[in-house]
Design a protein around this ligand. Structure first.
Ligand SMILES: Cc1cc2nc3c(=O)[nH]c(=O)nc-3n(C[C@H](O)[C@H](O)[C@H](O)COP(=O)(O)OP(=O)(O)OC[C@H]3O[C@@H](n4cnc5c(N)ncnc54)[C@H](O)[C@@H]3O)c2cc1C
Length: 575
């Protein structure tokens, strides 16, 4: 049975994944071992052999028939010991990321080696074992994160934008990270700087591997250095490339990959999209106690990768050549990805105010939605709503019945310029709402939470109000700059989809748009997820009239519509 280094780990915490030792390090029965052995080959290892090292990619899956393996973090620090009928690995078996652990043979051992391709077959062919393995992998990764077994250390001043950016980027990508701040741990910072021969002026730094150092790296540099940016195969022609890994993109990846389509997902930041920044989604079916957007995204990511989807982050799409077949997608590093079909799932970003402290209070006082969840946070309090459109008006009406008073902050000189008449009348007749025309927010302050909001009116006078919840209803901007020369967009820049063969097909055949980026979409997690699943049947139907991989050299056309091509089923993945 696996055991852990108890110096590091508190067994008293019931939420501690190490407390679920039997699930984190399960032991196959002899019958299960026999089933597993059908997918691999027996190999003998000698004491002292290294199975793989931290930082290595493309590692195989091993099951111990006889012997002992020690798991370390790449130093002498032992994390676990695996013995007979137990298996190696964690989430990196589902993708091409580098290993976080080094595995050393502790006594002469006999192992079943299952190569990655066969491992995928095992997952699809043996659902009971797949569940056991997937759960163990998730718990092992959670353990890495919860126990500071960091892949990287970010050293710098707290509350500085680059330190926050790196922390957010690594956390949103599920990379265990340890933060060391000058303000709270000066001794440790000096010790680290000394060790890496750096100076205080070099901060912020990222320290990883064997004392390797990056000075204020970009997200892209960070992803490459830590080995979690997967290479995109530019030679391959994918069945479907999905741009954007928010709820819509991840959902379509799950359905596409599970239908056997060669699927690539790219995202410029991290899986999860806007939902990833929500601390709790309470209206998504099946989670009565709510679920954080990040947890939901992590599950979807693993699920799609289990079926064989490739997810590459951080990668931005900058241009689409949609008149060619296969479709060509240009990434920010100028590499070109080829695909037989493409799904645009790049979502939208809510308009923000250019004001100090906004990010500090996002989610803890600054809101972009006015649902019952947010309303419950401000019962019997004064609140501020910023915006003069219908969404601001609806939010004002709704929240005025649940809060003590609503201050509606509007930049223009009349609500009638931007809001429907019926809403204007209701707002004007409400005693619960005060409209501040030609007024702008000038300050946000508070210690841990938003406490005060300051605004300036047209006569130049400023006033400060004790307000802990402010709603920004300034509209959403679609992430479609990269599509402008290619697809029909509506007046606000959202992708127009009105083709008879599919609700989600754009002005170009074989290119689809789903989720918040689609013109007329309902901006919700559930609808994005639903569209992600539905679109795949349209993609499959389209692909069934397209040349397959095997034919690409002989019959791929360079332009035109595919309607006259004879029906050929899409190839199945090798998994
Ligand atoms: C704070 C917050 C809380 C919310 N709470 C709820 C809630 O409780 N319930 C609910 O139903 N809805 C909620 N929503 C709305 C919900 O999150 C969105 O409707 C949903 O995320 C839309 O999903 P999507 O996949 O269409 O787009 P997005 O979530 O916007 O994802 C788009 C993805 O595309 C990527 N991308 C953008 N441009 C490019 C490019 N050029 N190249 C590559 N990648 C790119 C982005 O990085 C992003 O990951 C909330 C939104 C926010 C902001």
């Amino acid at each position: 049975m696996a055991n852990f280094n108890l110096d590091e780990i508190s067994l008293l915490n019931p939420a501690d994944p190490y407390n679920r030792e039997r699930e984190t390090f399960p032991t196959f029965t002899n019958e299960q071992l026999k089933r597993v052995s059908a997918y691999g080959t027996l190999e003998n290892f000698k004491v002292g052999d290294i199975l793989y090292t931290r930082g290595q990619r493309d590692i195989d899956f091993f099951v111990i028939v006889k012997g002992v393996i020690e798991v370390t973090d790449g130093t002498e620090h032992r994390l676990a010991t695996l013995t007979t009928n137990q298996f190696t690995g964690e989430l990196t078996l589902f993708n091409d990321r580098t290993s976080l652990a080094t595995l050393r043979i502790c006594e002469d051992s006999q192992l079943i080696r299952i190569q990655r391709k066969k491992f995928r077959r095992l997952l699809t062919g043996e659902s009971e074992l797949a569940e056991m393995i997937t759960r163990a992998f998730i718990l092992r990764r959670t353990a890495f994160i919860n126990h500071d077994l960091a892949a990287a250390m970010v050293v710098g001043h707290s509350k500085t934008s680059d330190v926050l950016r790196m922390q957010q980027f690594l956390r949103r990508n599920g990379i265990p990270v340890k933060m060391v701040y000058v303000e709270s741990d000066q001794k440790k910072v000096i010790e680290l700087l000394d060790k890496c021969s750096q100076r205080l002026s070099d901060l912020p730094l990222v320290i990883y591997g064997h004392d390797q150092v990056l000075k204020n790296p970009s997200n892209s540099e960070l992803g490459c250095a830590l080995g979690f940016t997967e290479d995109v195969d530019c030679e391959k022609i994918y069945d479907v490339v999905i741009v954007g890994a928010g709820p819509a993109g991840l959902s379509s990846a799950v359905y596409a990959a599970s239908e056997g389509l060669h699927t690539l997902v790219i995202d410029s930041f991290a899986p999860g999209g806007q939902a990833g920044s929500s601390s709790k989604i309470e209206n998504y079916m099946g989670f009565p106690a709510g679920i954080s957007g990040q947890a939901l995204a992590a599950r979807a990511q693993i699920q799609s990768q289990k079926f064989g989807a490739r997810i590459s982050v951080p990668r931005s799409a900058v241009k689409l050549d949609c008149d060619s077949l296969p479709i060509k997608l240009v990434l920010e590093n100028q590499s070109v990805v080829k695909s037989r079909s493409l799904i645009v799932a790049t979502g939208a970003r809510y308009r923000k105010l250019a004001i100090e402290n906004l990010e500090k209070f996002e989610g803890i006082g600054i809101h972009y939605a006015a649902t019952a969840t947010e309303a419950a946070l401000c019962t019997n309090e004064d609140i501020a709503i910023v915006g003069g459109g219908n969404s601001a008006g609806q939010a004002a009406m709704y929240l005025s019945q649940r809060t003590s008073h609503v201050h509606l902050i509007v930049r223009s000189s009349s609500l009638r310029k931007t809001m429907s008449e019926y809403l204007v009348r209701r707002i004007e007749s409400s005693t619960q709402i005060t409209v501040h025309l030609q007024t702008e927010i000038t300050g946000l302050s508070g210690d841990r939470y938003l406490e005060f909001v300051r605004w300036k009116s047209k006569d130049g006078s400023e006033e400060t109000h004790a307000i802990s919840n402010m709603f920004l209803m300034l509209g959403a901007v679609p992430n479609t700059e990269w599509l402008k020369e290619c697809l029909a967009l509506d007046e606000k820049g959202f992708v127009v989809c009105d083709q008879p063969q599919s609700l989600f097909e754009t002005s170009k055949r074989g290119i689809y748009a789903i989720g918040d980026v689609r013109s007329g979409s309902i901006k919700r997690v559930a609808s994005a997820v639903g569209e992600g699943s539905v679109v795949i049947s349209a993609v499959q139907s389209y692909l069934s009239h397209q040349p397959t991989f095997a034919e690409k050299n002989s019959s791929v056309r360079t332009s035109g519509h595919p309607d006259n091509i004879p029906s050929i089923r899409p190839t199945k993945n090798s998994i």
